[in-house]
Design a protein around this ligand. Structure first.
Ligand SMILES: [Zn+2]
Length: 157
């Protein structure tokens, strides 16, 4: 059962990864003098805190889904949805700091993918069963065996 949960988790993460190369998803809310934003884009999950000029009061708040375009980034370096910081599109995990107290944490999706994939692979590996006609304990081929006992390991069949 758990191995299926893991498999579904892996598929969901990979699907999110694929979708996030074309669409950017964000949730934005005001916090103090600035805004905070969670995002999914370019195969990254982002947590950003934008302050001062990086956080115009006109910036859309709430849910936003936008098709990613690299040529709609304005001069201040923040796109309409505030996700793409000019010239600093994430290529690696880490924390990005901008003058004025803005910063963003980027977590690449391969990190949660590995967290799901490794235990899932182990569960699937441990759950593999010898084919029918073979001993389920030691995988010995029992073709023609009528004794009811595996001659290899002594297990009752
Ligand atoms: Zn056996």
């Amino acid at each position: 059962m758990l191995k299926w949960v893991g498999l579904v988790g892996c598929v969901v993460i990979m699907a999110a990864w694929g979708v996030s190369t074309v669409w950017a998803f964000s949730w934005t809310w005001p916090e103090g003098a600035g805004i905070r934003q969670c995002g999914l884009f370019y195969g990254f999950i982002s947590f950003a805190s934008l302050q001062g000029p990086a956080a115009p009061t006109s910036m859309m708040q709430g849910w936003e889904v936008e098709r990613i375009s690299t040529d709609d980034v304005p001069a201040n370096g923040i796109s309409a949805h505030g996700l793409v910081i000019r010239g600093l599109i994430p290529r690696s995990p880490g924390i990005l700091r901008r003058p004025g107290g803005s910063n963003a944490l980027f977590i690449p999706l391969w990190m949660p993918l590995i967290l799901f994939a490794i235990p899932t692979a182990i569960l699937w590996y441990r759950d593999r069963r010898p084919p029918t006609g073979h001993c389920q304990t030691c995988a010995y081929n029992l073709t023609g065996n009528v004794t009811g006992v595996c001659p290899e390991c002594g297990e009752t069949i």
